[in-house]
Design a binder for this molecule. Structure first.
Ligand code: 13P
Length: 283
């Protein structure tokens, strides 16, 4: 069933687990997430990057909403990383229940103003906003931030940012990165604890591909209720496509759809286990 960010993160917080938010680009990705969530008895979030909306537009959102409505588990539909109001307008008009206002590359005051505007825009349609303090390094769908420009979240700014914007979830930067980690991920858990002490909001950790099990468990214990996963899903999709297209088999499109979706579904299933959300919903 279709649910929203507020409800899905509220339940996660109360239940001491986190919800997986998986970036999807096509039908295969949507079926992978919903299928894995149903098999696991787990809630999940279908999330769209503005890059995928550039190609898929409102039709891609309609696909996500239809899959969420038909799902046996609670599934929310969320717009990821939006640095402009354009994608937010499109996504909100098409029916997403929440958006991430990505003002993190801006100076603090501009981030506050941009995020507060997004909250007003979303609020007019009953939708919720995830904001971000600090700036993540890495590359995702054409958005690139060099490691030298990355900024950790300052816990001292959190109460003001939350109060001045009206966001309902806060994405934190504690050493997490988009894309593959160069070496062992080193998350700053003391910083996460200080952020958790500074706000009652559910916390969001982007860059969950490649995070080890122990780090995920510790982050959940310190208030992370939503993990974003894109890189590992994309890698599974692309590796399967490459393999099938270069192999001996003839390229049958429905077979490609089935195999790429199954490869992504296996990734989602493992993440749901790591996030502790398996069996949290009675089917
Ligand atoms: P990964 O690149 O680690 O999959 O993170 C994706 C993400 O944070 C999307 O917003």
């Amino acid at each position: 069933m279709l649910t929203d960010l507020r409800a899905i993160l509220g339940a996660a917080r109360a239940g001491g687990y986190a919800v997986g938010a998986f970036n999807v680009y096509n039908l295969e990705g949507v079926l992978a997430v919903v299928g894995a969530a149903e098999a696991a008895g787990s809630p999940a979030i279908l999330q769209l990057h503005p890059g995928s909306l550039r190609e898929g537009g409102a039709a891609l959102i309609a696909l996500c909403l239809a899959a969420a409505r038909g799902a046996a588990m609670p599934v929310a539909v969320h717009l990821d990383h939006s640095p402009t109001h354009e994608a937010m307008d499109l996504a909100l008009a098409a029916g997403v229940g929440s958006i991430m206002a990505d003002g993190a590359g801006r100076p603090y005051d501009e981030n506050v103003a941009f995020t507060a505007e997004a909250v007003a825009l979303a609020g007019a349609r009953g939708a919720a906003v995830e904001g971000e303090l600090g700036l993540l390094s890495g590359t995702e769908d054409g958005l690139e931030v060099a490691a030298r420009d990355a900024k950790m979240t300052d816990p001292a700014q959190v109460p003001d940012f939350v109060a001045a914007t009206g966001i309902e979830a806060l994405a934190v930067c504690i050493g997490n990165v988009h894309g593959p980690y160069a070496g062992e991920p080193r998350l700053d858990f003391d910083r996460l604890a200080a952020i958790r002490d500074a706000t009652a909001l559910p916390l969001v950790l982007h860059g969950a591909s490649g995070l080890p099990e122990a780090a995920i468990a510790r982050a959940i214990a310190l208030g992370v209720c939503k993990f974003n996963v894109n890189t590992e899903l994309r890698a599974a999709y692309l590796a399967t496509l490459r393999d099938r297209l270069n192999g001996e088999q003839k390229a049958d499109v429905p077979d490609l759809m089935r195999d790429t979706s199954a490869a992504m579904r296996a990734v989602v299933a493992e993440k749901l286990r790591l996030f502790g959300s398996v069996g949290k919903v009675a089917g």
